[in-house]
Design a protein around this ligand. Structure first.
Ligand code: ATP
Length: 235
């Protein structure tokens, strides 16, 4: 589904990702793991085109997309749940969800997507006309995921979805991730600090260290790899 080859990206004079290559098979859940500051969010931004690729290619089902605008990538089926959620606090839950459908111009289809998203997160139904700024952390994360689903992505990028959430809400979020793959055949890339949860749901994990892929494998192989612990302690 997604093939990243020799991708480099960064900010100003600083290169954060150095010639990174990895693949994401269709309908798989791939975890990107690593210590703070190693470049996981930078990778998500580069995949969505929020920062340019300095070198390398990103192909979605064989089509090179690294020169596409973010809007074009969303139309091609990519969607991001950003780190820190980035909700519009002064808009209602419903309005935030509608923002996620910005690439759609069919009112009926948007309402259908709204109903679909609310089925995943019934809690949001009861908060539809509340301001996003009044939501709890868990509700906010549900809204951030729901907003990303409104464009009906085929490849969903989730940046630290469990960050700052109570364990019970983390379970809900990971349950929805598993359901999205099972019911809708979505392909998912998830960046996580919660290694245990991520390895439980993922088919494959890549460990990033210092802007490189340091290690990769199935959760089973990685769980028994002593280097995983070591890589987590250093960066
Ligand atoms: P975390 O888990 O803390 O979010 P991360 O692996 O996602 O870490 P990034 O956010 O990708 O790491 O950051 C990688 C490096 O890029 C860090 O050194 C960070 O300080 C730097 N960086 C991130 N965003 C910017 C920016 N907008 N301008 C300049 N440097 C940045």
């Amino acid at each position: 589904m997604l093939k990243v080859e020799q991708l480099s990206a960064g900010y100003g004079a600083i290169e954060v990702l150095h010639s990174v290559s990895f693949e994401v098979p269709a309908q798989s859940i791939v975890a990107l793991l690593g210590a703070n500051g190693v470049g996981k969010t930078t990778m998500m931004r580069a995949l969505l085109g929020l920062i340019p690729a300095r070198q390398g290619t990103v192909s979605l089902e064989g089509t090179p997309i690294e020169h596409f605008s973010t809007e074009h990538r969303v139309k091609c089926g990519l969607s991001l749940v950003p780190e820190g959620r980035e909700l519009f606090g002064s808009l209602t839950v419903r309005e935030n969800l509608l923002v996620g459908a910005f690439t759609r111009h069919d009112h009926q289809e948007t309402e259908t997507q709204l109903a679909r998203v609310l089925d995943y997160f019934p809690r949001l139904k009861t908060r539809l006309y509340a301001l996003a700024s009044s939501l709890s952390g868990g509700e906010g994360q549900m809204l951030a995921i729901g907003r990303a689903l409104m464009s009906q992505p085929r490849l969903l990028l989730l940046d630290e979805p469990s960050n700052g959430l109570a364990p019970v809400v983390v379970d809900t979020v990971f349950d929805v991730i598993a359901q999205l793959r099972r019911k809708e055949h979505l392909t998912i890339i998830v960046v996580e600090q919660n290694v245990h949860k991520a390895l439980k749901v993922a088919d494959m994990a890549y460990i990033i260290q210092g802007g490189h892929i340091a290690l990769y494998g199935t959760p089973d192989t990685l769980a028994h790899n002593p280097a995983l612990q070591e890589l987590y302690l250093g960066s």
